[in-house]
Ligand binder design. Structure first.
Ligand code: HEC
Ligand code: HEC
Ligand code: HEC
Ligand code: HEC
Ligand code: HEC
Length: 228
C-alpha cells in the first residue's frame, strides 16, 4: 500500500515537474526578485568574484545566497561585514545624485537590514529531492560557474541557462560535453574518479574495458552517486 502511494506520488511529481519545465531555461522566465539586484553591475562592471558572495560553493553542497550582512558591508558606510572593503563601500553607497531606480533598490536593502529581516530571494535553480548535486565536487574539480550557469556576469536578472536534466549531468560525467582546455586539464588532474581509475591501472587491475567504452569519462555514472 505504502509503495503504491510512493509510486503514485512519483508519477504526480513527474507530471508536475513536466508542466513546470516548460517555463524554465529561458531568459524571459527569470522571476522578479524583491530587490532588483543586478549581477551585471556586481560581477560584471565591478568585477566582484562570484565566490565573494556565494562563498560556500567550494566547501558545501549548496553555493549559498549571501546574507544581508554581506551586502551591507559595501552599501552602508561604517558597517563591518567580514571582507568589506572600505573604498568599495563609499563607491557603492547610493547618494541623492544617483539614478533613482538604483537608489530605490539600494534603500530597500537598507530597510531589510534595519528590520533585521532576510531578503526573501526567489529560488531559480532546483533539482528534485531524489537527486543530489554537490557544488564543492564540481568547483574543486576546476569547473567554472559559467560552464553550467552561463554568462551570469552579463545578466541583470539571473535565468536558468542549462536544462539541469539527468541527461545533461550524465553527458558531462561521461566526458561527452566539451570543456575549455583549462577546465579539461584541471578535471583530468583533480577528478577523484579519474584518479581511482589511474590507481587501479597502476595496481595492475584490468581497466581496459572501462577505458575503451568511455575514454574521456570524468565522473561516476552510478545511480547511487546522484540518487538517494
Ligand atoms: C554581490 C554578491 C553577488 C555576487 C558577486 C554574485 N552573486 Fe550570484 N546571487 C547573489 C544574490 C543576492 C542572488 C539571489 C538573487 C538573484 O537571483 O539575483 C544570487 C543568485 C545567483 C544564482 C541563482 C540562484 C538560484 O536561486 O537558483 C546564480 C546561479 C548565481 N547567483 C551565480 C553567480 C555567479 C556565477 C557569479 C559570478 C559571475 C555570481 N553569482 C556573483 C549575489 C551575488
Ligand atoms: C563588494 C561590494 C558589494 C557588495 C558585497 C554588494 N554590492 Fe551592491 N553594488 C556595489 C557597487 C560597486 C555598485 C555600483 C554602485 C555605483 O556604481 O554607484 C552596487 C550597486 C548596487 C545596486 C544598484 C544597481 C543594481 O544592482 O540594481 C543595488 C540595488 C545593490 N548594489 C544591492 C546589493 C545587494 C542586495 C547586495 C547583497 C546581495 C549587494 N548589493 C552587495 C558593490 C557591492
Ligand atoms: C557542474 C555544474 C555547476 C557548476 C560548475 C556550478 N553550479 Fe551552481 N548549480 C548547479 C545546479 C545543478 C544547481 C541546482 C542544485 C540543486 O537544486 O540542488 C545549482 C544551484 C546554484 C545556486 C542556487 C542554490 C544554492 O545555494 O546552491 C547558486 C547560488 C549557484 N548554483 C551558484 C554557483 C556558483 C557561484 C558557481 C561557481 C563557484 C556554481 N554555481 C557552479 C550547477 C552548477
Ligand atoms: C560540466 C560537467 C558536469 C556537469 C554538467 C555535471 N557534473 Fe557532476 N561532476 C563533474 C565532475 C568533473 C565531477 C568530479 C568527479 C570526481 O572528483 O570524482 C563531478 C562529480 C559529481 C558527483 C560526485 C560523485 C562522486 O563520485 O562522489 C555528483 C553526485 C555529481 N557530480 C552529480 C551531478 C548532477 C546531479 C549533475 C546534474 C544536475 C551534474 N553532476 C552535472 C562534472 C559535471
Ligand atoms: C550524474 C547524476 C545522475 C546519475 C548518475 C543518475 N541520475 Fe537519474 N536523475 C538525475 C537528475 C538530476 C534527475 C532529475 C532531473 C530529471 O528528471 O531529468 C534524475 C532523474 C531520474 C529519474 C526521474 C525521471 C523523471 O522524468 O522524473 C529516474 C527514474 C532516474 N533519474 C533514474 C536513474 C537511474 C536508474 C540511474 C542509474 C542508471 C540514474 N538515474 C543515474 C541525475 C542522475
Amino acid at each position: 500500500m505504502k509503495r503504491a502511494f510512493t509510486i503514485l506520488g512519483l508519477a504526480l511529481l513527474a507530471i508536475a515537474a513536466q508542466s513546470c519545465r516548460k517555463y524554465s531555461a529561458d531568459e524571459g522566465d527569470a522571476p522578479d526578485q524583491p530587490i532588483a539586484f543586478y549581477h551585471s553591475v556586481h560581477a560584471g562592471q565591478n568585477n566582484i568574484p562570484c565566490m565573494y558572495c556565494h562563498y560556500t560553493a567550494d566547501r558545501s553542497v549548496d553555493a549559498g545566497i549571501p546574507a544581508v550582512q554581506v551586502c551591507v558591508g559595501c552599501h552602508v558606510p561604517g558597517s563591518s561585514a567580514p571582507g568589506a572593503v572600505a573604498s568599495q563601500a563609499s563607491l557603492a553607497f547610493p547618494t541623492a545624485q544617483r539614478d533613482t531606480f538604483w537608489n530605490r533598490n539600494a534603500n530597500l536593502l537598507v530597510d531589510y537590514w534595519k528590520r533585521g529581516a532576510a531578503v526573501p530571494w526567489v529560488r531559480i535553480h532546483k533539482i528534485p529531492e531524489h537527486a543530489k548535486f554537490p557544488h564543492f565536487m564540481h568547483v574543486n574539480a576546476g569547473l567554472q560557474c559559467q560552464t553550467c550557469h552561463g554568462p551570469v556576469q552579463e545578466m541583470k536578472k539571473v535565468y536558468q541557462f542549462s536544462s539541469l536534466r539527468m541527461g545533461w549531468c550524465i553527458e558531462c560525467h561521461r566526458g561527452q560535453t566539451p570543456l575549455s582546455a583549462a577546465e579539461e586539464a584541471s578535471v583530468r588532474e583533480r577528478s577523484s574518479f579519474i584518479r581511482r581509475v589511474r590507481e587501479l591501472r597502476a595496481a595492475g587491475h584490468d581497466v581496459a574495458g572501462v577505458a575503451a567504452t568511455r575514454p574521456n569519462q570524468r565522473a561516476s555514472t552510478d545511480c547511487v552517486a546522484c540518487h538517494y
